[in-house]
Write a protein that binds this ligand. Structure first.
Ligand code: PLP
Length: 623
């Protein structure tokens, strides 16, 4: 039984081994070996590293680049398409240096390029553009400094293409080009009228923020002609939005785009490149559907559909097939990272074990509550629930008035949850479950307190209810008998995850194993390589987790590129505290306490050591 759906969302990269541990399948030379995530964590613990941990798998990054490029290559070779595919990786999706370095190294054989959407991204990208056949596509707002740098890079032989996002950029580029005496390579981003689906539908369509509409596009063409720059216009670009679940919408947009491309060629521009933006989706829930966390197409289908649409319309217009570019980010890096965190504590709501009976002289209402347990039958579940609720509320009222003490109230609450658990377990036998009893089910879901921050490490789970595959990474050979919501350690009521993949549906709870106090229990959030790391924030001053890159080399598990997570001093300095100053101030208070005789000098030493250890330690819970 694939309770967590790993066979579907794992895409052949993740699985479960016979010991009940989640594994990642990594290449070691020609072989593919399953590597247990729990063993990776054990290895890190032996090395003294604490939880949470972000694991990165360079091999999965390479395989995604390979898969994307090979899908286009084979779609091209299966048709008589005359152009090439030459993708670019949009830096914004995961800007980590290690990612850009790997993409520029491993992607070399595919002339895989980069997309920069801002000045910092351009500056980073330029340092990795060692392939004269790869593109560096520049989207986003461009000031003179940006334009000058890009033009100088063109002079060096780097294929930098400046894409107009706004009409006003054109004159600025022409002026800088004239001033420096360097001809640019230009592209234009267009606002398609075709509407998309999914979370990012607003990135496309008439009301999208970026790109030129058709009249602005024609004005730009006229200006290029008037200024003698039409020969610089080579690329046409559109971006429909990220995580596009439906192939039909992608085809429709491509059809509109290729018509614009054809028209630009007919206007006399030497159009070479059709840049179809991002949007290639990841099947996070494994449903292979047009639900927003999924996609109803494979990578191969994506490539062959795009090739087919472009080929058909270019042939009809009798213009050469362009080089196709996609700016696929999510599909390249999502699989790359897995976040592992440990469970710190549990709050149980379900009480399958019968509690102790109330004392003989306890208030009558407690006895009434206790009696209900003998009456529970499938045919009177609703009635028993109503009674349980009534007597529980009576006890609460009596407590407020001082007729029931705290100890008795606590016994009543225990009985109430036991009754609810008993009632809930029998609702499965009902043909129609009344609404009250449906909510009862969800009220019985336990809280598992997890050592991480949703806001720092899974911001999309909070901001846009993105569904990520989440499951325990060990004990998977045992039945997960409990149901839990994961609460993070930010103490924020939004700091929780309550949507999970359960077999083939979305569930409001995660199936988890019973956890004894202090028992190690580790959970993995998978497919978190795209967007999460840099969108994350410092809510409650919980910083970046520890990061490590894991690979297999000659049969050995290898840990590299270890980056220690933020220390408390780091995060405090992000919000303008000076750690040195804090320490000085606190030392002053401690010394005052010594002067007043509140603590001894020896105690001051111990307190200062604790303060310094905290300041220079990890921001997460440490054992
Ligand atoms: N290109 C542009 C212009 C974008 O704005 C984005 C992000 O939304 C991307 C590419 C990457 O999209 P995705 O991660 O869906 O491939």
């Amino acid at each position: 039984r694939d309770l967590y759906g790993v066979q579907r969302w794992g895409n052949g990269y993740f699985d479960i081994n016979d010991d009940g541990e989640a594994v990642v399948l990594l290449r070691d030379g020609e072989k593919e070996v399953p590597v247990s995530l729990q063993q990776i964590i054990e290895g890190l613990k032996e090395r003294g590293s604490a939880m949470p941990q972000l694991l990165r798998f360079r091999d999965l990054l390479d395989r995604r680049i390979e898969h994307l490029n090979e899908s286009f290559r084979s779609a091209i070779s299966e048709t008589s398409y005359q152009g090439e595919y030459r993708g670019v990786y949009p830096i914004k999706v995961n800007q980590q240096q290690q990612v850009i370095e790997e993409i520029s190294e491993f992607g070399k054989k595919y002339h895989y390029g980069l997309e920069a959407g801002s000045k910092p991204e351009l500056i980073a990208a330029l340092a990795y553009m060692h392939d004269p056949n790869a593109y560096l596509i520049c989207n986003g707002y461009k000031d003179d400094e940006f334009i000058d740098l890009a033009l100088r890079a063109v002079e060096m032989g780097i294929r930098v293409i400046l894409v107009l996002e706004m009409p006003s950029e054109l004159m600025a580029i022409i002026e800088r080009s004239k001033a420096l005496g360097i001809r640019p390579e230009l592209g234009i981003r267009f606002r398609l009228s075709t509407k998309s689906e999914g979370h990012w539908a607003e990135s496309g369509g008439d009301r999208s923020v970026f790109g030129l509409n058709s009249s602005q596009l024609i004005d730009a063409v006229d200006l290029l002609k008037a200024e003698g720059y039409l020969d610089c216009l080579k690329l046409f670009h559109y971006h429909q939005g990220s995580q596009l679940p439906n192939m039909r919408a992608i085809r429709e947009a491509a059809t509109e785009a290729v018509q614009v491309f054809v028209n630009l060629a007919q206007e006399g521009a030497p159009m070479e490149i059709l840049d179809m933006g991002g949007g290639l989706a990841v099947d996070y829930d494994g449903s292979h559907s047009n639900f927003h966390s999924s996609c109803n197409y494979t990578l191969k289908e994506y490539a062959s559909n795009l090739i087919e649409v472009v080929q058909k319309h270019c042939d009809l217009a009798d213009i050469p097939h362009p080089t196709l570019v996609t700016e696929s980010g999510r599909a390249i890096v999502a699989y790359y990272s897995v976040l592992i965190f440990n469970i710190l504590d549990v709050t149980k709501f379900s009480h399958p074990e019968e509690p102790d009976a109330p004392e003989k002289d306890a208030h009558e209402m407690l006895h009434n509550l206790w009696e209900i347990r003998n009456r529970i039958k499938v045919k009177n579940l609703q009635e028993c629930f109503n009674d349980a609720l009534f007597y529980r509320d009576q006890v609460r009222d009596l407590f407020r008035l001082g007729f029931v003490n705290l100890r008795e109230r606590s016994i009543a609450e225990k009985i109430y949850w036991y009754l609810c658990t008993t009632i809930a377990t029998q609702t499965a036998e009902l043909e129609h479950v009344p609404e009250d009893l449906q909510t009862l089910e969800s009220n019985l879901i336990d809280f598992y307190y997890a050592n991480f921050s949703v806001f720092q490490s899974l911001p999309d789970a909070w901001a846009i209810q993105q569904l990520f595959p989440i499951m325990p990474i060990h004990k998977l050979d045992q039945e997960p008998t409990e149901r839990a919501i994961l609460a993070d350690i930010t103490c924020d009521c939004d700091g929780k995850i309550d949507r999970f993949i359960d077999q083939d549906k979305v569930s409001t709870y995660l199936r988890v194993h019973k956890r004894e106090a202090h028992e190690e229990y580790n959970i993995g959030a998978f497919l978190v390589g795209a967007y999460q790391e840099t969108l994350g924030d410092l809510h409650n001053l919980l910083g970046d987790p520890h990061v490590v890159s894991v690979s297999m080399e000659n049969g050995q598990l290898t840990y590299t590129h270890e980056v220690e997570g933020d220390t408390v001093a780091d995060v405090l300095s992000y919000v303008e505290y000076s750690p040195k100053d804090l320490e000085k101030r606190f030392r002053g208070f401690a010394e005052n306490a010594v002067q007043k005789g509140t603590i001894s000098a020896k105690q001051r030493k111990i307190i200062m050591e604790a303060y310094k250890a905290g300041l220079h330690g990890y921001t997460y819970y440490e054992d």
